[in-house]
Design a protein around this ligand. Structure first.
Ligand code: SF4
Ligand code: SF4
Length: 90
């Protein structure tokens, strides 16, 4: 089994209280058989559970993979608002 390191240990994120990632259609996720978003996101933002899709947008490292990775084009993603998201200063 491959052990993934948590990318957040290397990155500083300024968390916005307004989510920048949204599920477009709840039904599409319900019909999704394999939930690949749990795998292609390198920061474990997406988690499928009994209540459906949980999106921990606060963990997003802005890689953009979810724009192409969802087989049902069911994720709306944009950059966080100015002043939030990955902090580039040292
Ligand atoms: S891969 Fe897309 S459709 Fe499937 S559970 Fe994730 S967000 Fe929903
Ligand atoms: S851009 Fe998408 S795939 Fe990349 S870390 Fe953020 S939520 Fe995950």
């Amino acid at each position: 089994m491959v052990q993934h390191q948590d990318p957040l240990q290397y990155i500083k994120i300024r968390i916005d209280d307004r989510p920048h990632i949204h599920q477009i259609d709840r039904d599409r996720c319900t019909k999704c058989q394999t939930h690949p978003c749990e795998l292609f996101c390198p920061s474990q933002v997406f988690e499928w559970g009994e209540k459906g899709l949980n999106i921990q947008y606060q963990r997003c490292v802005e890689c953009g993979a979810c724009l192409r990775g969802c087989p049902h084009a069911n994720i709306h993603w944009d950059y966080p608002r100015a002043g939030f998201g990955i902090a580039h200063e040292l």
